[in-house]
Design a protein around this ligand. Structure first.
Ligand code: HEM
Length: 460
């Protein structure tokens, strides 16, 4: 590995790759799971940790398969790498001003605005209370005594949290239309057909996709009327939801953000924060319920109080089953990686899913062992489920809290078992790693009393 990491003296423009390498890299990616890992190992052995592939609709792609190069990728100076085409796949949903799609000063401004509420201890504590309430409500609605897939229920729970925390919608009558419209929008964002349509966009105009147009018309209509309503609501000055914050904010020139800018950030947060978190939580249940030692230790902690082990469960889930196993950048200026001065327009894909299971970086990488995260942090690049650098996930603390709170509430009140001992396969859907059967469980019983693990007077 050291040799492969050494600077390449030839200074060629692109790292090695070959039609066979491309076919294997893409085939492995589509397959996911243990076979993908084996293919990844073989490719690294043959080509080194940087592999060039030509991908239809994305062009020249360099797969980055080792921590050192991931670190170079995320610490690249502003302007040399941009978010680029990888994020543009869902650009028609996010909107042109989405923080996913912009770079430089406009991106920096949006991050300065949005990062604090998602990382500040006090706002997180308030959002945590909403999460506890939703987790309790969700558990109350789950069927008893028969197998069911957790993932759809968890998606519903995550949407509920975003509606309350991001959009600030709380009254039942107003929640219903949002739920319906956003469920459809989120379906489109994860549907396999969406990336196919993106790939064919030169041939088939996305504007002619009727389902997309209908969905956007309804959801944008709701969002814009909510923005108008809230602009005239005196409570907007004092509320803590993200929409209120965006409405109060002024740009450096003293202007308010435009309706379009606000709409684009709201949709970005909705899509970025929904399926990722629901999938992580589904995997956490899938793994914990099949790892008796982890379940016992988690339950003991629930009795005693504290959340150190629960946090380690979240981290280990994100290592072993990162919901999005890749993140990307596009070369926009001078950028050298591993000695290769990459041409502008090259897309870099950080293969986190592969790195998280490399045997030389993790002992027994296939095993679910939360203990590896107890009292220690793993170096950036070795562990990077939230990407890194200028475009790193702004919802990382929020998401980790969400997963932990749901695990705590549901395992404290509910007795869950799995209908089958065999692990659920990873199903690759676009760039998501889903549990193939949706994390099926049986809820044997549940205590009627709601629990609030984060409240000072609660023991859980
Ligand atoms: C377990 C759940 C989550 C995972 C695994 C995850 C993962 C990621 C990853 C890999 C990226 C790309 C980072 C990069 O390119 O360096 C990202 C970006 C982003 N995520 Fe998350 N995410 C999660 C939850 C959330 C939540 C809950 C929110 C907010 C509600 C959120 C908002 C965002 C935003 C806005 C970006 C774009 C940041 C930028 O481009 O500056 N994510 N996320």
């Amino acid at each position: 590995m050291t040799d492969a990491l050494a600077e390449n003296p030839a200074q060629t423009d692109l790292p090695p790759g070959a039609p066979l390498g491309t076919a294997l890299a893409l085939g492995g990616f589509l397959l996911g799971g243990a076979l993908e890992q084996k293919i990844g190992d073989a490719l690294v052995k043959r080509f080194g940790p940087l592999l060039t592939a030509k991908v239809p609709s994305l062009g020249t792609v360099v797969f980055v398969m080792d921590p050192a190069h991931i670190r170079s990728m995320v610490s690249a100076p502003s302007g040399s790498l941009v978010s680029g085409r990888g994020n543009a796949i869902l650009g028609f949903l996010y909107g042109r001003t989405s923080m996913f799609l912009v770079d430089g000063a406009p991106h920096h401004r949006l991050r300065r605005l949005l990062v604090p509420p998602f990382r500040n201890k006090d706002t997180l504590a308030q959002y945590g209370q909403v999460m506890e309430e939703v987790a309790n409500e969700l558990l109350d609605e789950m069927p008893l005594g028969r197998p069911f897939a957790l993932l759809p229920a968890l998606r519903h729970g995550m949407l509920e949290i975003i509606l309350r925390v991001v959009f600030g919608v709380e009254e039942e009558a107003r929640l219903a239309p949002f739920r319906a419209a956003f469920t459809e929008l989120l379906d489109i964002s994860t549907a396999a057909s969406t990336s196919v349509r993106f790939a064919l966009r030169g041939i088939v105009s996305l504007k002619k996709w009727q389902r997309l147009q209908d969905t956007l018309r309804v959801s944008d209509g709701l969002i814009y009327s909510e923005i108008a309503r809230r602009r005239n609501d005196p409570e907007t000055e004092t509320r803590d939801d993200i929409l209120a914050l965006l409405l109060r904010t002024r740009t450096e020139d003293g202007d308010l953000l435009s309706d379009v800018e606000i709409r684009d950030q709201l949709v970005t947060l909705l899509i970025a924060g929904h399926e990722t978190t629901a999938t992580t939580l589904a995997w956490a249940f899938e793994r914990v319920l099949r790892t008796p030692s982890a379940l016992a230790r988690l339950q003991a902690e629930l009795e005693a109080g504290g959340h150190e082990y629960a946090d380690a469960v979240v981290s280990e889930t994100l290592r072993l089953r990162p919901p999005i196993p890749v993140f990307s950048r596009e070369v926009a200026g001078d950028f050298t990686l591993g000695g290769y001065k990459l041409p502008k327009g090259t897309m870099l894909v950080g293969n986190i899913g592969y790195i998280h299971q490399r045997e030389d970086l993790y002992e027994g990488p296939q095993a679910f062992r939360p203990e590896r995260f107890l009292g220690r942090r793993h170096e950036l690049g070795v562990y990077a489920p939230f990407g890194g650098g200028l475009h790193s996930c702004i919802g990382n603390h929020f998401a980790a809290l969400e997963v932990r709170v749901f695990l705590q509430v549901m395992l404290k009140r509910g007795q869950f078992v799995v209908p089958r001992k065999a692990a659920e396969r990873i199903q690759r859907q676009t760039i998501l790693n889903l549990p193939a059967r949706g994390a099926r469980v049986i809820l044997r019983g549940r205590s009627p009393d709601h629990v609030y693990p984060g409240r000072a007077d609660s023991k859980a």
